[in-house]
Design a protein around this ligand. Sequence first.
Ligand SMILES: Cc1cc2nc3c(=O)[nH]c(=O)nc-3n(C[C@H](O)[C@H](O)[C@H](O)COP(=O)(O)OP(=O)(O)OC[C@H]3O[C@@H](n4cnc5c(N)ncnc54)[C@H](O)[C@@H]3O)c2cc1C
Ligand code: FES
Length: 474
Amino acid sequence: MSESPHDATTDPGDAGIGTQGILAPGPLRTDVAVVGAGLTGVVTAQLLAEGGANVVVLDAGTARMTTTARSTGKLSVLQGTRLARIARHGDDVVRDYLAAGFAGLGWLRRTLEDLNVPVESRDDLTVATTPEQVADVDAVLATCARQGLAAQWEEDPPYPARTLGAVRLPGQAQVDPLRMLSALRARLRSRGVPVHDGVRVRQVHRLGTGVALRTTRGTVLADRVVLATAVPPGRQGGLILRLEAGRSLLTTREVPDPGALPPGFAETMSITAGPPIRSLRMADGLLMVGGEGFVVGRERDPARRLAVLDEWTRGHLPVGPSRHAWAAQDYTSDTGLPFVGPAVPRDERVLVATGYGKWGLTSGAAAGLALAGRILGEPVEWGPALEPWARPPVPSSHTAATFAQQTKGWACAVGRPSGQRPGVTRVSRICPHFGGVVRWNDEEQSWDCPVHGSRFDPDGALLEGPATKGLAPR
Ligand SMILES: Cc1cc2nc3c(=O)[nH]c(=O)nc-3n(C[C@H](O)[C@H](O)[C@H](O)COP(=O)(O)OP(=O)(O)OC[C@H]3O[C@@H](n4cnc5c(N)ncnc54)[C@H](O)[C@@H]3O)c2cc1C
Ligand code: FES
């Protein structure tokens, strides 16, 4: 797979940051340690610093490696059919979820305008392409109507394939996500907040009065910790059992004759209401197409999925040569709502933000507002609806599948399976997180764990996910 538009670019937010050496001669002490400098982490850290807290940000990688930078860049509260799913928890919960989304979107618009990062206004569409999807789109429309949103039914939406209608929500937006994140990181640093890239948190120890973080570059002692790591590292109160890791593909292609696009297409962003998911928008003159998602580590043939996406794009849109293709992953919770708050009920020392279900740009900014408000003693009104333990776990077929993968892993572990790719180290195939058996992903050249989505390079080094170390050499 070729790479994302960001892999070749320089990230100004990374300038001058060393990745060698230790953080401090002794333990580094701070009021709040924010782990993860994706969107959630940088928003949280900025608001905390503005509120007078002493903050340190730690990140295992760089801006370019975040899910934020590798996302589609839609800033929307419509979010496919997510509102209809959340409506199962009641209208009050939808109201709070929307309040969070609008707060996140508003904060981003204001802040990015200050930072001269272009935010382009777009209407967002959720499109029905099968009769089954019409019911889902109707449910989204009904939910919007109950909440007073100006969403409308559209019989003939500007979408490049046959549709059975769509819901349109005006006034949403799109952004270059790496540019957004780099500008936010740069501002954080310019305000004196240290952002340490290349520091992975391996262990989170709760102490009597605070938390000790054991990292790859020393210990950090903090009164409070925010795990803005897309998925919490390690186990963290069992939350990992309520999350599923979904990976999706994104591609860009040239559009030699923009006039041949469906009328109105370039002024909208769109996503289908169900499979096959197609998420579309124009980005700097290129067509961006996302879709063909799968559960990490459970897809036998990711290359086939990329071919399917590409064939669909060439069959439906007037496109020229391919420019980029990449994949990214995000985590969906069992309730369909983000988890933003204490990892363990009533323990304010360690806070998490996860479970955005591939809609964590608006929700990530909202999570930053909620977490910073909580720590500074100015809680947001809608915060309780998003707390991880606000409602009981919801066992589903996903939970059962994850449990089956885990049990299979433990059973296989007895045989100590290992794997090797040509020219690289032979590695154990047992995931160091919870003992899943990793599967080779030929398309991305990685070992992927089917249990909770950790990924490792061919030599076993950790790429992402809840594991905190790599595969053991064999
Ligand atoms: C294909 C795809 C398209 C998407 N498109 C959209 C979209 O258009 N609109 C939208 O709203 N959402 C979208 N999303 C979802 C959105 O991108 C994510 O929900 C959001 O970016 C998550 O932000 P984050 O800050 O929580 O995580 P990230 O951006 O992933 O940042 C987490 C950071 O934590 C660091 N980290 C992890 N573990 C550790 C550790 N142990 N120690 C130190 N650091 C650690 C990582 O290095 C990383 O930098 C998409 C997701 C995918 C997969
Ligand atoms: S990621 Fe949890 S077992 Fe592998």
